[in-house]
Write a protein that binds this ligand. Structure first.
Ligand code: MG
Length: 228
């Protein structure tokens, strides 16, 4: 198949991430129940998060600021300062969560390491992703770690140039069709989708991909027979 580099997405591909956001969102919405029903607060938060994305990027710190802004909006600035303190505490709790590897990750990464150059390509806060990588114990398996502010076609082209390979020699594995799969196929790379049970609304796309360089695997372990 002519693949030289395999890049893994990290959040919800190697380790659990999105469920922590869902849990925190729920705690946050419950805090504001006196002002607005949960689903309405959730909608407001999502709107504010997406509007802030170009300024804050992906990650927990931006999420914390968006929760504070949502609380101010929903309560018409009448929110108690202790509630703001609680929001900050919720965010810090997320930043201190242990890293929970998904099933089969260690086995897959160590089996592929001798045969391919392995890269971790993830979005999010630099410091937070470095923290998770350290805690994961996976750092030694990767040739290169790329923490990207976005995962658009141009970001992947930059990474591929940096790795000194051709797009067709690059395989991306990840849980997000929007961020990990479609842009890579569009620039001539290969992609394997490993879905995760929880996906952020902002990452969802309606897509039935029919492409010779695309595969879907129900779990990470299923990629081994394809690649070995
Ligand atoms: Mg992901």
């Amino acid at each position: 198949m002519n693949i030289k580099v395999i890049a893994f997405d990290a959040d919800d591909t190697l380790w659990v991430n999105e469920p922590f956001f869902r849990e925190t969102e729920l705690d946050f919405c419950r805090m504001l129940e006196a002002y607005l029903p949960e689903h309405a607060t959730l909608r407001e938060l999502l709107k504010i998060e997406i509007a802030n994305m170009p300024l804050y990027g992906y990650g927990i710190k931006g999420f914390m600021l968006s929760m504070i802004e949502t609380a101010l909006t929903v309560t018409d600035k009448t929110i108690d300062l202790t509630a703001i303190e609680k929001i900050i505490a919720l965010g810090k709790e997320m930043l201190e969560k242990p890293v929970e590897l998904l099933e089969g990750v260690e086995e897959v990464v160590s089996a592929l390491k001798g045969k391919y150059r392995l890269v971790m390509a993830t979005k999010g806060d630099l410091l937070d992703q470095e923290r998770k990588l350290k805690k994961s114990g996976l750092e030694q398996h990767f040739h290169h770690i790329e923490i990207m502010s976005d995962k658009k076609e141009s970001d992947y082209l930059k990474l591929i140039r940096h790795l000194d390979i051709q797009p067709e020699e690059f395989l991306m594995i990840g849980n997000s069709l929007k961020s990990d799969i479609l842009p890579v196929l569009n620039i001539g790379g290969k992609a394997i989708h490993v879905p995760f049970h929880t996906t952020w609304v902002h990452e969802m796309v309606e897509s039935n991909i029919e492409h010779p360089d695309f595969k879907e695997c129900a779990s990470l372990k299923e990629i081994l027979p394809v690649l070995l």
